[in-house]
Design a protein around this ligand. Sequence first.
Ligand code: ATP
Length: 311
Amino acid sequence: MQTEPILAIRGVSKTYASGHQALKSVDLDIAKGEIFALLGPNGAGKTTLISIVCGIVTPTTGTITVAGRDAQVDYRYARSVIGLVPQELSTDAFESVIATVRFSRGLFGKKRDDAYLEQVLRDLSLWDKRDAKLLELSGGMKRRVLIAKALSHEPDILFLDEPTAGVDVSLRRDMWRLVHRLRERGVTIILTTHYIEEAEEMADRVGVINKGELLLVERKAELMKKLGKRQMEIALSEPMTAVPPELAEWDLALIDEGHKLRYVFDAQAERTGIPSLLRRLADMGVAFKDLDTSKSSLEDIFVDLVEERAA
Ligand SMILES: Nc1ncnc2c1ncn2[C@@H]1O[C@H](COP(=O)(O)OP(=O)(O)OP(=O)(O)O)[C@@H](O)[C@H]1O
């Protein structure tokens, strides 16, 4: 990375008082203006990592540098640059939307700026609801209020923890649009998600985390190249113990305890190699019951990675 990262995470680990190790020495640099998606299954450690960066949870080891300053030493500064959209709303249900957002801004010692807050509420389609009490809002609207609160103090880095879990398609789209608009203004965005499609849609880079370990960090474009692959699974009538040497010219793997052959090929290639492979199998007298072709997605890459490490 050419310029200094806006966020640098070094050797960060976390063992909770219960003895559970939620994070194992995570290193990660985030560039200014980047949209980074942290992808991982339940319990992977995503919320723990975000909470550490936001100063809510103390790391067991490691350092965090936010805009060049140590986040644990200069925690006030770190908090003022960061906006966090948590998974759940914990705020006074009897307050109005506008009062809640104004109050959040005030907490950061920022001067009242109604024009800015109006823009935030308009961006989130909340302006018409500005005088509604929080308890009168739908779940999706409450989600939007969470984002408005996190943006109220004009943060440079926005963390979105599972921004679209359980929300409808229209809110998801609004959220994606908002994220892109914020990036245009130079805001750095880090989101956690279970949804591969969300990472595909929004992120510049994707990090895959599982069991507290960052397994992969890659530009989305690189991952998308891998998405250009297709695969064919051949269900064999008789299981095999190894891929026969006669089939060495194809990229084959034996899966399902030898009951299936998986052939990965480039979907864009003129010759996929499928007809010749099937001919060769027939010549060898290898019988099969079924053929199934599918696109290998970010999801497969993710599952493969997670399973590989679990093995
Ligand atoms: N305060 C705590 N005390 C003990 N263990 C905890 C605590 N908070 C989280 N954990 C454990 O740490 C692990 C990581 O949790 P974390 O919430 O960071 O995962 P996550 O990736 O955000 O999961 P999800 O997608 O379900 O939100 C889990 O096994 C969780 O049970």
